[in-house]
Design a protein around this ligand. Structure first.
Ligand code: BTN
Length: 276
């Protein structure tokens, strides 16, 4: 048992699983932790493939400094450590890759209505069912940089507290079926390993094509985008080769969105294509 942080790090389970030829996952499951991303970041010497999941997070973190609702036993709270080769500049594609892996996991268990919202939100019935927080560490130090992919999946919530009650959904709400977080995690890691392999092998086109096929936001969608210092509205025109979102504004400018919060302006009237 790891007791470095007292009651936060009671490791309930540990196992090593080889999922593909190059990827071994070292999975620890904790009862309770502040944030699996924060915890994994503190393990500076951990090897690639180290995963931490938890029954509950007390300070789950989302993008743009938001909290991630992490009630005990209701969701999957998972962080995966990657050590991509130094010098790879296409890290933004990794976050699309993670979203594809989660979407394919949902499709594999029969939840068809999954949609991707740039860059890596998963929606179902236009409500959020999964969020992904990708963080880096050690980019300016010697050794391989670390990328921590944090994934929060809403599985067994019957309802959400305000204000999430109008924006979030779960597998149980959408399908009527509950699923254990460990079961979903293991299916997800298989998909993740395949797509990470694709990224390592520089399968840029494959990643962009698959993400686009899974997203109703990729093209022809009227959106508003909140950037750091301005907001804009326009119609989406796909992804560029780095995975940035292209938006044509009313003035006719084609804007390249590298970071920002995208929201729909009109309801979806076409479902994303799901075929491979
Ligand atoms: C988002 O804002 O959409 C991203 C949410 C990411 C939540 C996950 S839960 C596991 C991992 N640990 C965290 O503190 N955050 C991520």
């Amino acid at each position: 048992m790891d007791t470095r942080r007292g009651r936060w790090t009671v490791v309930l389970g540990y196992r090593s699983v080889r999922i593909s030829n190059f990827m071994v996952f070292h999975i620890s499951h904790l009862a309770i932790v502040d944030s699996t991303n924060t915890y994994l970041k503190s393990l500076v010497d951990a090897p690639e493939g180290t995963c931490v999941s938890a029954d509950e997070q007390t300070a789950g973190r989302g993008r743009q400094n938001r909290n991630w609702h992490s009630a005990p036993g209701e969701g999957l709270y998972l962080s995966i450590l990657l050590r991509p080769p130094r010098g790879r500049t296409d890290l933004p594609l990794l976050s699309l890759t993670a979203a594809i892996a989660v979407a394919e996991t949902f499709l594999a268990i029969g939840l068809e209505k999954i949609d991707l919202k740039w860059p890596n939100d998963l929606l179902c019935s236009e409500r959020k069912i999964c969020g992904i927080l990708v963080e880096t560490a050690g980019l300016n130090q010697g050794g391989s940089p670390r990328v921590i992919v944090g994934i929060g999946v809403n599985l067994n919530q019957r309802a959400f507290p305000p204000p999430l009650d109008t924006t979030a959904t779960s597998l149980l709400i959408e399908s009527g079926a509950a699923m254990g977080a460990a079961t979903f995690r293991d299916l997800l890691l298989e998909r993740f390993s395949e797509w990470y392999d694709c990224w390592r092998e520089e399968g840029r086109e494959q990643i962009l094509t698959r993400w686009t096929a899974l997203s109703s936001y990729a093209t022809g969608r009227e959106v508003s985008v909140k950037l750091e210092s301005e907001s804009l509205t326009g119609i989406t025109e796909g992804l560029n080769r780095d995975g940035a979102l292209l938006v044509r504004t009313v003035d006719g400018d084609l804007r390249t969105i590298i970071a920002g919060e995208v929201s729909r302006l009109r309801p979806v009237n076409c479902a994303p294509k799901k075929e491979a």
